[in-house]
Design a protein around this ligand. Structure first.
Ligand code: NAD
Ligand code: TDX
Length: 336
C-alpha cells in the first residue's frame, strides 16, 4: 500500500485520515481528489509535506480525472460525499450525483485497473433504533436491514449496494465501513457539535432540534481513521465493518456538556424546529472490527475528547469564522 488515492480528503473525516496516514505510515504517498465544495477546504491539509500529499481539485463523478488518478494507485479510499442530512432535505440533487454516480465512477475505474477500493459509509443506512428501555436496546450489526430515512442516507445505502454488486459480479477487491457520528477538529460548522461550540464562541445561542432526546453514538475522528487503516490493510475483501466506540448520548446531554465545559448556564440554548423524519437513535455493534482486526478506540473519555475539540475551535477562529454567518443564515431561514 504505497500509493493511496483519498477522495474527499479535504473534508472533515478525510483530512483527518490523510493527517493520520502522513503521521503514522511514512512510506505511503497520498493523492487527494476533492471537488472543494462548501465543505471542502484546502486549509484542512495545510502544513502537510508536499512530497507526501498532493491535492487534485476535481469531481469523483468525472470519469476522465478519476481514470487518470486510479490507474496509478494501489488503493482508493472514498470519503467524498454530500454529507449533511438537513441539506439533503432541502435539495437532494447533489447527493444523487456525488453519492451514487460518483461512487459508480470510482467503482468502474477500480474494476478496470484492479485497484483495491474502500467505501466510507455510515450507520444511517440502517435507519434508526428505538430509544433504550431501562438501559437496554438493540444495536446495528452488519446484517441489520437497510432502511435509510433521509435522501442523504438513501444515497449512502445505494452506494453500499453498488459496492457489494461490484464485488460479487466483477470480483472487485472492496470493503465497506459504516461508522457512527464523528467529532473532532476540522468538522464543518453546520454539524451538531461544531455548530454549538462556534455559536457560543460567536455570541449566538446553541440550537437543539425537537425535544433533544435523539441519541447519537459518538466516536472521535482519530479512532475512525485508525479503524479504516486496519480494514484497508488487513480486512477481508467483500466484508462490511461497523465502526463505533460505545459512545451513545442524547443530543440534550451532549449540549449540556458543551455548555458546562464552556462555562455557560445550563439553559443558555434555544429549542428549534425538529428535522423532518429525524432518526431517533443510532448504536453500533463493532464486534467484527474488534474481534477480527483487534481494533479498539483510544479516545474512550468523551468529555476529554470534547474538551480538546472545544479548544481546537477556540484556537482556530480563522478556520471557521468565514463560513459561520452563511451557515446560520441558512438555518434561520429553515426555522432552525
Ligand atoms: P464533509 O462534508 O466534511 O466532507 C466531504 C468532502 O467531500 C469535502 O471535502 C467535499 O469537498 C468533498 N466532495 C463532495 N463532493 C465531491 C465530489 N463530487 N468529488 C470530490 N469531492 C467531493 O464530510 P465528512 O463529515 O468528512 O464525511 C466524510 C465521509 O464520511 C462521507 O462519505 C460521510 O457519508 C461519511 N460519514 C460521516 C460521518 C460523520 O459523522 N460526519 C459518520 C459516518 C460516515
Ligand atoms: O443544530 C443542530 N441541533 C440539533 O439538535 C444540529 C445541526 C443538529 N441537531 C441534532 C440532529 C441530530 O440528531 O444533532 C444530531 C446530530 O446532527 P448532525 O450533526 O447533523 O448529524 P447526523 O444527522 O446524526 O449525521 C451525521 O452522522 C452520520 C453526519 O452528518 C453524517 O454525515 C453521518 O453519516
Amino acid at each position: 500500500m504505497k500509493n493511496l488515492l483519498v477522495t474527499g480528503g479535504a473534508g472533515f473525516i478525510g483530512a483527518n485520515f490523510v493527517r493520520y496516514v502522513v503521521a503514522q505510515h511514512p512510506a505511503v504517498h497520498v493523492t487527494v481528489l476533492d471537488k472543494l465544495t462548501y465543505a471542502g477546504n484546502r486549509a484542512n491539509l495545510a502544513g502537510l509535506p508536499a512530497n507526501r500529499v498532493q491535492l487534485v481539485v476535481g469531481d469523483i463523478a468525472d470519469a476522465t480525472v478519476v481514470d487518470r488518478l486510479v490507474r496509478r494507485v494501489d488503493a482508493v479510499v472514498n470519503y467524498a460525499a454530500e454529507s449533511h442530512n438537513d441539506r439533503s432535505l432541502r435539495d437532494p440533487a447533489p447527493f444523487m450525483q456525488t453519492n451514487i454516480l460518483g461512487v459508480y465512477t470510482l467503482l468502474q475505474a477500480c474494476r478496470q485497473y484492479d485497484v483495491r477500493f474502500h467505501q466510507i459509509s455510515t450507520d444511517e443506512v440502517y435507519g434508526d433504533l428505538p430509544l433504550r428501555q431501562n438501559g437496554v436496546g438493540a444495536k446495528f450489526t452488519p446484517t441489520s436491514r437497510y432502511q435509510p430515512s433521509s435522501p442523504y442516507s438513501a444515497t449512502k445505502a445505494s452506494a453500499d449496494l453498488l459496492v457489494n454488486a461490484w464485488v460479487r459480479s466483477f470480483g472487485l477487491r472492496a470493503t465497506i465501513s459504516n461508522c457512527s457520528n464523528n467529532y473532532g477538529p476540522y468538522q464543518y460548522v453546520e454539524k451538531f457539535i461544531p455548530r454549538q461550540i462556534t455559536n457560543i464562541l460567536s455570541g449566538r445561542r446553541p440550537k437543539l432540534y425537537g425535544n433533544g432526546a435523539n441519541v447519537r453514538d459518538w466516536i472521535h475522528v482519530t479512532d475512525h481513521s485508525r479503524a479504516v487503516w486496519e480494514i484497508l490493510t488487513r480486512g477481508t475483501v467483500g466484508e462490511t465493518y461497523l465502526i463505533g466506540a460505545n459512545g451513545e448520548r442524547s443530543n440534550r446531554d451532549v449540549l449540556a456538556l458543551i455548555l458546562k465545559l464552556m462555562d455557560q448556564p445550563a439553559d443558555a440554548f434555544d429549542w428549534v424546529k425538529d428535522r423532518p423524519g429525524h432518526d431517533v437513535r443510532y448504536a453500533i455493534d463493532a464486534s467484527r472490527l474488534r474481534d477480527e482486526l483487534g481494533w479498539h478506540p483510544e479516545v474512550t473519555d468523551f468529555e476529554t475528547g470534547l474538551r480538546q475539540t472545544i479548544a481546537w475551535y477556540r484556537t482556530h477562529p480563522d478556520w471557521w469564522q468565514g463560513s459561520k454567518a452563511t451557515v446560520e443564515a441558512d438555518y434561520r431561514q429553515n426555522g432552525q
